[in-house]
Structures are given as C-alpha cells and as structure tokens.
Design a protein around this ligand. Structure first.
Ligand SMILES: Cc1cc2nc3c(=O)[nH]c(=O)nc-3n(C[C@H](O)[C@H](O)[C@H](O)COP(=O)(O)OP(=O)(O)OC[C@H]3O[C@@H](n4cnc5c(N)ncnc54)[C@H](O)[C@@H]3O)c2cc1C
Length: 402
C-alpha cells in the first residue's frame, strides 16, 4: 500500500506546490498588527475596569488607531476610501486584536461594508467617510427579543410617512449600540407570499433620529458593549433607506461569510494565550518531585491544546483564502467558525486544568479567556445553525424550516 501511494504520488504531483506557510508580507502584516496592539490598544484596555464597558472616548481612541491601518474599512475598496483588504489579510490582522476590540471593530466595519455594497452613490458619499475614519461608531441591528437565528421573522416596522419612515420596535444583543452614532437597522417592509418578512435596511443617525439604548451584562467580553435598542416613533428621512426592499438578507450574508472564520480566529487568539500559559506553567510547577510538564497526562493536554490552536488557525485561514479566490465558501466558512470556537473553548478549559486550582482564579486570567471564548458561540451563527448551513451545502437540502 505504502509503495503504491509513494510511487503514484511522486510521479504525478511533484510539481504542484502547496504552501501552508505565511509569506514574508503576511508575516509583516501580523507582526505590525501585534505591535500596534501592544503599543496603542492594550494600554487603553489596561487603564479601564476589566468588568465594565469602555467609555466611548476610550473606544474612539482605539477606533482611530484601527482606522489608521485600514481595519475600520477593510472590505471597502481603495477607490472608495477603504483599505480593500483581502479576507485573509483581514483575518491575520484581526487575529492579533484583543477579541473584545475585534468584535467591536468588525461590527462597525461590517456595517460599513454592508452599506457600501448596497447603497446609492449619494448615500455612500454622505455616510461612509465618518465610518471609514472611525469618527462615527456604527453597528448593525438585526436581532430582536423574538428574533434570533431566523431574521426573516423580524417585527421592527418601518412605515412610510411623508418624506420619512417611522421606525418602531426593539433590537437586542447589538454590538456597539450603546456607544454608536449610526445604526443600520433591519426592519420589515411587510410580508412576501410565503408569509416571511420582506427585509429592508435603514440607517439611523442617532443625533438626527434619537433612540434609546440599554447596556446588557454578559458572561464575557465585559469591556465591550452589547446593548438593547428601543425605537419609538423614530422618524428617519427616506434617503436613509439602503438598497432595495428584500435585499437585506443578501447584504447580511455578504459579511457573515468572512466574519465567521474571523470569529474563529478570535477564539484562536484566546486559545494561543491559554497554550502559552499552560506551557510556562507546566515547566514551572513541580509535583511528586518533578516538573508537571514531564508527566505524560499533562503532555497529552498540552498536545490537545496545541492541536486545537494549529488546526483551528489553518481552517480559518483556509476559509478566508477560499473567499479571496472567489470559491463558494458558505460551507467552509461555517465549518471554520463552528470548529474553531468549540475546539478553542476546550483548549482554554484544558489549560485551566493544567494549572490546577490557580487556573480557576482571576489573577491567572484564564477564566477571562474562558468567558470571552464562550461569547463567540452565538453571534453570526450558533453551532446548530452553522451545522445546518454545512448540512445544506452537503446535501442540497435546507433543514431550517419545516
Ligand atoms: C457577543 C454577541 C454579539 C452579537 N452582536 C449582534 C449584533 O451586532 N447585531 C445583531 O443583530 N445581533 C447580534 N447578536 C445576536 C446574535 O446574532 C443572536 O443571538 C443569534 O442570531 C442567535 O439568536 P438567539 O440568541 O435569539 O438564539 P435563538 O435563535 O433563539 O436560538 C436558541 C437555540 O436554538 C437553536 N436553534 C435555533 N434554530 C434552530 C434550528 N433550526 N435547528 C436547531 N437548533 C436551532 C440555536 O442554535 C440555539 O441553541 C450578538 C450576540 C452575541 C452573543
């Protein structure tokens, strides 16, 4: 068997290179993003309570830093003032960010990308510059108290009234909403012939059309902003309606494809930290007269953590590369997030195990990694929804609705 594979392999495929290493430029991108975090972002986070959402001024400072390297407009083409990054470059940079900041910036950037790809020239000119520069913080409001994985059942209404639309409804779990200046709200414009909402998107400028927000405390990412938003008789000029009624699902999907592997990379970031800590501790800590890193069962945990980091990272990079190559990436993008989030969560938990009791304490910081990783199991597709996407791509049968 071995000989057969060996012969055939060498003869037929020796000229086809397959490089799993980052090239020089990609490594530079990673390194400069890591340096930026160390110099300009980590000190801002460290200067504030780790359990409380950052003040808006601190987030604005961080957004200005991210804007200077194109992260606030990564998916907007250069000729429109954006950075025109490839999905993989975006991923390499986002992986370096503390995930609480990564989530906030990608929520903002994704909002800009959605607006760019489905708005008029006039709207782009009016709305995008402040998003690109990071001067206005943006977010996307889809989820509602009764609407989660199935956005086609949205209840927030936008009703035409003279030159305006009047929005009424409640959005929930919206990243950045409490500190935002602009929210891209998905509303219903009535129902289609299957009884599903025809979705439309309206950009609401908070100064021009006020709405109220409330911060929600969650298990992790506690310096970030996860908010509820209430629109009551909120009057928005008709010019702020983006794209065509019914195209909102397409605009959302556009960003979800790259967001998913990038959320996976946020978890890789956390798992890498957990691996680094476990390796150090395993060398340092002695029991039964020797370093615990010399015990076979500890080595097995270290091997499992390291495998999780490497496989998750490669799968997420691969998914992003497929997007760049223009391949249909729905399957691989869902797979990358589903795999990386759950595998890296386990990796963090194993690192806590390597640490014994001290792994459970706040001072080690592992519990923060654990809580932060848990947060990524839900946005842009729960594990179950991602499985259904993969299942649909494999079988050609969508199992979402009866
Ligand atoms: C950190 C974070 C950031 C977020 N940011 C935003 C944001 O910026 N904007 C925004 O609009 N929303 C945001 N959300 C909300 C997020 O998109 C929703 O929470 C998500 O879509 C899931 O909806 P849900 O929580 O209502 O769960 P539900 O959809 O009610 O699901 C509950 C459970 O049922 C399962 N389930 C649902 N349908 C099926 C099915 N067909 N088959 C099998 N199982 C199923 C789910 O997997 C889950 O386990 C964020 C959430 C989090 C946690």
């Amino acid at each position: 068997m071995h000989e057969l594979i060996g012969d055939g392999f060498n003869n037929r495929f020796e000229d086809i290179p397959m490089d799993f290493q980052l090239d020089f430029e990609q490594r530079m991108v990673q390194e400069s993003a890591a340096r930026m975090v160390e110099r300009d972002i980590a000190p801002v986070l460290a200067a504030h309570d780790p359990d409380t959402p950052l003040p808006k001024s601190a987030l604005q400072q961080i957004f200005a830093t991210c804007a200077s390297v194109g992260l606030t407009a990564a998916r907007i083409p250069e000729d429109a003032g954006g950075a025109g990054m490839s999905a993989l470059t975006m991923g390499l940079m986002y992986e370096q960010l503390p995930p609480v900041i990564g989530l906030s910036v990608i929520a903002h950037e994704g909002t800009g990308a959605r607006l760019y790809y489905s708005s008029s020239a006039e709207q782009r000119e009016r709305v995008l510059p402040d998003i690109i520069s990071g001067q206005k913080i943006a977010c996307t409001g889809v989820s509602e108290p009764g609407v989660g994985s199935d956005p086609r059942s949205i209840k927030t209404r936008a009703v035409a009234d003279g030159g305006d639309y009047v929005i009424d409804g409640r959005k929930i779990w919206i990243t950045n909403a409490s500190v935002c200046d602009l929210i891209n709200v998905t509303c219903t414009a009535g129902q289609d012939d299957k009884g599903l909402s025809r979705l439309m998107r309206v950009v609401v400028d908070r100064q021009e059309s006020p709405f109220t927000t409330r911060e929600i405390e969650a298990v992790g990412l506690r310096q970030g902003h996860l908010s509820e938003v209430l629109f009551e008789n909120c009057r928005v000029p008709k010019d702020n309606v983006m794209g065509e009624a019914g195209d909102a699902a397409k605009a959302l999907t556009l960003t979800w494809l790259a967001n998913r592997p990038i959320f996976g990379l946020f978890c890789v970031h956390l798992a890498q930290k957990a691996l680094d800590a476990a390796l150090l501790y395993a060398k340092d800590r002695s029991q039964f007269g020797r370093a615990i890193g010399g015990f076979q069962l500890i080595q097995e945990m270290l091997a499992d953590i390291s495998t999780a980091v490497v496989t998750s990272r490669l799968l997420c990079y691969y998914a992003l590369d497929c997007i760049d190559k223009g391949d249909r990436a729905n399957h691989i993008s869902a797979m990358a997030k589903r795999y990386a989030v759950s595998t890296c969560q386990r990796a963090v938990s194993l690192s806590m195990e390597v640490h014994g009791a001290i792994g459970l304490t706040r001072e080690m910081g592992l519990e923060t990694l654990y809580r932060d990783a848990r947060m990524f199991t839900v946005p842009d597709g729960t594990r179950q929804i991602l499985s259904l996407i993969e299942g649909r791509e494999l079988t050609d049968v969508a199992a979402f609705r009866p």
